[in-house]
Design a protein around this ligand. Structure first.
Ligand code: NAD
Length: 388
């Protein structure tokens, strides 16, 4: 289990702070926001944030957005096109980001002077990104992670918010919810949950930064609960996609979602006893599970996987169907399985275990509705019956 976190002052800070840069014309301190990531959700998050920083005096209006540089088929650099068109033509075409969003391919320059750091990249790149940022972020910066996924280390699972805190020595909240990015880009109403550790004042700052009339954000004091909801639902979405590919119908899909939610809660509470039941009723819980199992890329690619009876790999389908966007569910299924097998808990989590075995080709997609033949053995883990 991940040890309790302490945010220690950072050593070898090689950053020169310029405090004057973060104040408005009245001399009042302003927060400066940097967004690390510019995929589909990263671009939408930048748009949401920029609409608020443009009108709230407590924030500097510019939002700097780090772009993992790519050369487009036209030969132009993605960051240059974003700055010229005010649009991420690759990951969010057709949507203006706001003139105050500045794309920057230089990671260190993006975070320079920022007091609020928004992390929103596919989770597999985060360790490398954080290592590049050691000593480069302000020691008083606050972070928030919009990233769904975790790292599995020898010691156990490490949530992305924990990784950020451990490597950068800054506090990290999370924002998760029923948030399919393209729908929020169209300003359709939705909700989200901010999970925070202790500092309610900072949580309210994040709420202010993200909230709009069409994006309602609620804070809850449960970082791990919120983050695990966002992470684990992608594994359930794969199961829902298999069910769709097999044309099993709505009852079966609802059953998979219910069983999946139960395993999400059990896994979260076994990993982090502090996780609260109520968190599963917030947008990050049941609502995100529903939207991801109805729409979303993990469901879509898993449906194609089942239609092809597992004969085309997820890597191949991802490359063909997602045009550079990344699937999170398959790597999360593997990470969850690593935790389960390390602890001998596979029988307690038949849905999670079966999803992984289907992904690696050990079982056929139809096994997703046969899994209940394995009876979960509650006696294997002390206290687990209470969490089911
Ligand atoms: N898209 C959504 O609807 C949505 C909603 C909620 C949360 N999320 C989460 O947000 C996070 C980011 O997803 P997204 O949708 O913004 O991204 P995406 O899948 O749309 O795009 C992939 C991004 O990764 C970048 N990238 C590729 N190779 C890289 C590398 N080696 N190093 C660093 N970056 C690299 C690409 O440039 C691109 O910006 C994920 O954790 C995802 O689960 C996504």
């Amino acid at each position: 289990m991940v040890p309790a976190l302490e945010v220690a002052p950072q050593e070898n800070q090689d950053l020169e702070l310029d405090s004057d840069m973060n104040s408005n014309c009245n001399g009042a301190t302003q927060e400066r926001v940097a967004v690390i990531g510019s995929g589909n959700w990263g671009s939408v998050a930048s748009k949401l944030i920029a609409s608020n920083t443009a009108k709230l005096s407590s924030f500097h209006d510019e939002v700097r957005m780090w772009v993992f540089e790519e050369t487009l088929p036209s030969g132009e650099k993605l960051s240059e096109v974003i700055n010229r068109e005010n649009e991420n033509v690759k990951y969010l075409p057709g949507v203006k980001l706001g003139k105050n969003v500045v794309a920057d391919p230089d990671l260190v320059n993006t975070v320079k002077d920022a007091t609020m750091l928004v992390f929103v990249t596919p989770h597999q790149f985060m360790e490398g990104i954080c290592k590049r940022l050691i000593g480069k972020v302000r020691p008083d910066a606050q972070a928030i992670s919009l990233i769904k996924g975790m790292e599995v280390k020898k010691e156990g699972p490490c949530m992305i918010s924990t990784l950020i805190t451990q490597l950068l020595h800054i506090n990290c909240s999370v924002l998760m919810g029923a948030n399919i990015a393209n729908e929020i880009a169209q300003e359709k109403f939705s909700e989200a949950t901010v999970g925070y550790r202790e500092d309610e004042e900072t949580a309210l700052k994040w709420v202010l930064l993200f909230s709009t009339p069409y994006f309602l954000v609620t804070p809850v004091q449960d970082v791990e609960g919120v983050e695990l909801c966002g992470t684990l639902k992608n594994v359930v979405a794969l199961a829902a996609g298999f069910v769709d590919g097999l044309e099993m119908g709505n009852n079966t899909k609802a059953a998979i979602m219910r069983i999946g939610l139960r395993e999400m809660r059990a896994f979260s509470k076994l990993m982090f006893p502090s996780v609260k039941n109520n968190t599963f009723f917030e947008s990050c819980g049941v609502a995100d599970l529903i939207t991801t199992c109805l729409g979303g890329r993990n469901r879509k690619v898993a449906e194609a996987f089942a239609k092809n009876n597992g004969k085309r790999s997820f890597d191949e389908l991802e490359a063909e169907m997602l045009q550079g966007q990344k699937l999170q569910g398959v790597s999360t299924a593997r990470e969850v399985y690593e935790v389960l097998s390390h602890r001998g808990w596979q029988e307690l989590f038949p849905l999670f275990t079966t999803v992984y075995e289907i992904c690696i080709g050990h079982l056929s997609p139809s096994a997703i509705v046969e899994y209940s033949e394995h009876k979960p053995n509650f006696a294997l883990v002390d206290g687990s019956a209470q969490v089911y």
